[in-house]
Design a protein around this ligand. Sequence first.
Ligand SMILES: Nc1ncnc2c1ncn2[C@@H]1O[C@H](COP(=O)(O)OP(=O)(O)O)[C@@H](O)[C@H]1O
Ligand SMILES: [Mg+2]
Length: 244
Amino acid sequence: MNLVEVKGVGKSFRGLHALSDVDFAVAEGEILGVIGPNGAGKTTLFNVVSGALRPDTGRVHLAGADVTGRSPDRIARAGMVRTFQLMRPFSSMTVLENVSLAAQHHRFGAKELRKHSLDVVERVGLGPWAHRAAPDLPTAGLKRLELARTLAMRPKVLLLDEVLAGLVPAEREPVLDLLATLREQEGVTLVFIEHIMAAVMRLADRVLVLDQGRVLAVGSPEEVTSDPRVIDAYLGEEPTRAEA
Ligand SMILES: Nc1ncnc2c1ncn2[C@@H]1O[C@H](COP(=O)(O)OP(=O)(O)O)[C@@H](O)[C@H]1O
Ligand SMILES: [Mg+2]
């Protein structure tokens, strides 16, 4: 079954076609990677799918329901949650409080809320930081907090916008392991925008390639990375990406 279906989505900003006629589907439990050059429209696609932006054309379906134009909050309640590239923790709060705030979405009782929030904080490796002020976290910690914030909402579909950016290789591994575990143990469906091709190759079942707001290719990681159009538009421009 397709959990997410995006049909004919277009979005322009004052004449700039950030997205044109974008079609794709994500099966339940699938991991879809999204790649493409800077400015290709990847983040705009997440903005549209998660409800932050209304598309000019096209529809977004989640579990068969048309969620086009619904607020991010309503879409999150329906099970689809996205991470932000730049995380903005509530600065006067601790790491645990930030996560609890996101978890409140589930209307847990106080005890359950605390337990669930602590579980999530530990799961992303922030246990030792639970009671520290969120802004004191280093970059890698802020990235983990952003992931924790979304996990606290128990998503069915998680949209990840460059969660590995700014992390050194040793910090990436545990995040990749966590994402793989989320799918394997909880069946969470993942759509992840990522520049680090090694991560895409390792995690993705299929890869969607965007270029200038259009879908350039969709296929297995092997198919898209050997597609001459993809090499031309993206992989060829900076060969180290393919090796990184
Ligand atoms: N809110 C906005 N207002 C105007 N232009 C935007 C806005 N958001 C994105 N864009 C433009 O849309 C294009 C796609 O941007 P984006 O989706 O951020 O690309 P990517 O995430 O693939 O790097 C870029 O040219 C960008 O400048
Ligand atoms: Mg982006």
